[in-house]
Design a protein around this ligand. Structure first.
Ligand code: DUC
Ligand code: ZN
Ligand code: ZN
Ligand code: ZN
Length: 488
């Protein structure tokens, strides 16, 4: 049986243009996009007059069913994805964490966890140690498993953290495979020292988390990662850019022509550090993530950078823990599991904060929430576009309707929400995932196992020209060396 769907009369928005048109969908694929499509009465019709019809959101940065800091995130692949769909996100890319350093074992575990998926998803792979086995496994990931990005943690000393030597080896391997290197950029040694300093001062509450790892540590690691990636001449993706310090390093590098992508996350864009002063432990601890949510001027600057193209796409780092889990750090902020929610709220908050405020256009909204992610991870135009042949992952957003965020009504399993009480304009009224209407009239219709794994191929557009630049560099070195040797 084939599901047929017609979305009538809406304004269809892609990353670079919009037009009033109908969208016809069959068997999970967009078949036609043009005005006045006529169909038979076996077709379900959705009226989108006065509304925006856009590619479903793609969240480039999530942690579902993640065992971290002695806890496991409260959302698994089903609950986290259900929440995503209710908020207009139809695909996410999650981070596989190796098991005892083994990438293959890590992937196996995540293949199990993700069996209950109800929307499409892809994987990044974290690299937490280095040897010949890891190097070989990276090849398998890229050539056989559909993974085209590897993340390096420059923080979490004693756990996930890697040093510069490993970072360089990793960058080199990424480059040879056409895979994108990603970094969590904070100086982990300095953050460790910062934590010790706080404890020595008797600052054991959640505020110690923010004070122990200030923006300068993020700026330093971002600059270092950028310079090392530049030295290897390979593209770099900086995850969760949370500070002016880090953003300015990305800006400088991009102006000099280096291929650096900067990803702000929605918590860092719209929240501020007022939580630091909250006397209630849980109310403060729910905001604890790394890098920390900064003073308000940082978020404002990140918004401006996003609007100017200095930063390219918005993620969430969705990694929620319940109050009882956050309470593990009641006597010591170092034990508070790091992470906040966002997978359900991202599309609404970016619309409200960036489009409704006039900072970006509707087409730019599609670019930063969906299309750019699809291009970077090489799944465009299957994802990230409303056009014939693309997957039918579609949302209908009503700019005149409003949304309200609360832990009482959200779809995540978390008992708190860092955006609690936020009211805004622009509501995702319909979500279509793989051609099925899964969110309509504030009701979710989702089934475990209906989501598909999306394989991602290497050598995205970010690798264009890398080989030429290398050849040019080599010849610029060789000629003068030969001349020098000939004359001495
Ligand atoms: N930061 C978080 O807050 N949670 C997950 C991992 C990370 O880097
Ligand atoms: Zn689990
Ligand atoms: Zn991180
Ligand atoms: Zn993360």
């Amino acid at each position: 049986s084939s599901t047929k769907l017609l979305i009538k009369g809406g304004t269809v928005v892609n990353a670079h243009e919009m037009e009033v048109a109908d969208v016809y969908v069959e068997d999970g694929i967009i078949v036609a996009v043009r005005p006045n499509i006529k169909v038979g009465d076996d077709v379900t019709v959705l009226d989108a007059t006065g509304k925006f019809v856009m590619p479903g959101g793609i969240d480039p940065h999530t942690h579902l069913d993640f065992e971290f800091m002695g806890s496991e995130t409260i959302d698994d692949f089903f609950s986290g994805q259900a929440a995503a769909l209710a908020g207009g996100t139809t695909m996410h890319i999650d981070f596989v964490i190796p098991v005892n350093g083994s990438l293959l074992s890590g992937l196996e575990a995540y293949e199990k966890k993700s069996k209950k998926s109800c929307m499409d998803y892809g994987f990044h792979m974290a690299i937490t140690k280095w040897d010949e086995v890891v190097s070989k496994e990276m090849e398998i990931m890229v050539n056989e498993k559909g993974i085209n990005s590897f993340k390096f943690f420059m923080a979490y000393k004693g756990a996930l953290m890697i040093n510069d030597e490993l970072l360089l080896q990793g960058f080199k391997k990424c480059k040879s495979l056409g895979a994108l290197a990603m970094v969590h950029a904070e100086n982990g040694d300095a953050a460790y020292e910062g934590q010790r300093r706080m404890i020595e001062l008797g600052i054991t509450g959640p505020e110690g988390h923010a004070l122990s790892r200030p923006p300068v540590l993020e700026g330093e690691a971002t600059a270092r990662a950028i310079k090392l990636a530049g030295f290897m001449n390979t593209p770099l993706y900086v995850v969760h850019v949370m500070s002016i310090d880090a953003m300015e390093e990305i800006s400088k590098a991009r102006k000099s022509g280096q291929k650096v992508i900067g990803e702000p996350v929605v918590s860092g864009l719209v929240l501020n550090d007022s939580w630091v002063w909250d006397p209630d432990f849980i109310t403060a601890a729910k905001y604890v993530m790394s890098p920390p949510i900064r003073a308000a001027r940082h978020g404002k600057a990140l918004q401006a950078a996003l609007s100017m193209g200095i930063l390219q796409l918005v993620g969430t780092d969705h990694c929620p823990f319940n109050s009882t889990q956050k309470a593990l750090g009641i006597d010591d902020f170092r034990k508070i599991p790091n992470g906040v929610n966002g997978i359900e709220e991202r599309m609404h908050l970016v619309w409200d904060t960036m489009v409704e405020s006039g900072q970006i256009s509707v087409t730019d909204y599609v670019r930063v929430t969906s299309t750019e992610c699809a291009r970077i991870f090489n799944i465009y135009p299957r994802k990230g576009a409303i056009r014939a042949g693309s997957d039918a992952d579609i949302i209908i957003l009503n700019p005149n309707s409003s949304f309200e965020i609360s832990a009482k009504s959200h779809h995540s399993r978390s008992d708190t929400n860092v955006f609690e009480g936020w009211r805004g304009k622009g509501k995702v009224e319909v979500t279509i995932s793989g051609g099925r209407v899964v969110w309509l009239n504030d009701e979710l219709k989702v089934f475990p196992g209906s989501g598909k794994y999306v394989e991602m191929r290497p050598f995205s557009y970010l690798f264009n020209g890398i080989g030429k630049a290398d050849a040019k560099y080599l010849s610029s070195l060789k000629a003068p060396i030969k001349r020098f040797r000939a004359t001495t």
